[in-house]
Design a protein around this ligand. Structure first.
Ligand code: NAG
Length: 190
């Protein structure tokens, strides 16, 4: 008897709750439990790769797409906007295994030192990371030893990602402007 009562009260309680939720949701916004999206424990991942920014030669991977009238007179190339599709590899050797591409824009946003605004997606293609991506939005003072930039999100395996990237120039050719940059990326994701 007591059990039946508890059962009936539970049913009543659940129907009131689900009715309240349904009334609130209106088909537009809903509160979900993370389990509903299959989210388990948050993980911390470390990714390490080399970024090849090739601006010279016949097959550049980064091209200037815009600039201001004063850009070429500016010591920091203030106003230059570059679109990049830069290979990401496991070692500094350009021909080593390709793990992804850095696709996006970097633009000279500082007049006092070379400071780039970086808006990039790392589109990965290696193993289980294939088709997953991380989005970086940050400030890159390319002549500093280590530059730190926020990772503001991700897709696929990197849904809900947040973290930071540390970039360190491995090789820079001042004649051509080509650079190889080592990246260490630390991200929390599910
Ligand atoms: C990555 O996925 C694409 C399909 O989205 C597939 O064509 C490609 O072969 C995959 N690459 C690797 C390295 O698994």
């Amino acid at each position: 008897m007591a059990k039946t009562l508890v059962f009936l009260f539970t049913l009543l309680f659940l129907s009131v709750i689900s009715h309240a939720t349904a009334a609130k949701s209106n088909g537009f916004a809903n509160i979900l439990s993370p389990a509903k999206l299959g989210l388990k424990k948050e993980k911390l991942s470390h990714l390490h790769f080399f970024f090849h920014d090739i601006v010279s030669g016949r097959n550049p991977t980064a091209v200037r797409v815009a600039s201001a009238a004063a850009t070429n007179k500016s010591p920091t190339l203030f106003g230059a906007v570059v679109m990049a599709d830069d290979p990401l590899t496991v070692t500094p050797d350009h021909n080593s295994k390709l793990v992804g591409k850095a696709q996006g824009i970097y633009a000279s946003a500082s007049q006092d030192e070379v400071g780039l605004l970086m808006v990039m997606n790392f589109a990965f293609m290696e193993g289980k990371y294939n088709d997953s991506s991380l989005s970086l939005l940050g400030r890159n003072t390319i002549f500093s030893t280590v530059r730190e930039m926020p990772i503001v999100g991700g897709s696929g395996l990197f849904r809900f990602a947040r973290g930071y990237a540390q970039a360190k120039t491995h090789k820079f050719n001042p004649k051509t402007g080509d650079a190889v940059v080592e990246y260490n990326v630390y991200v929390f994701h599910y």
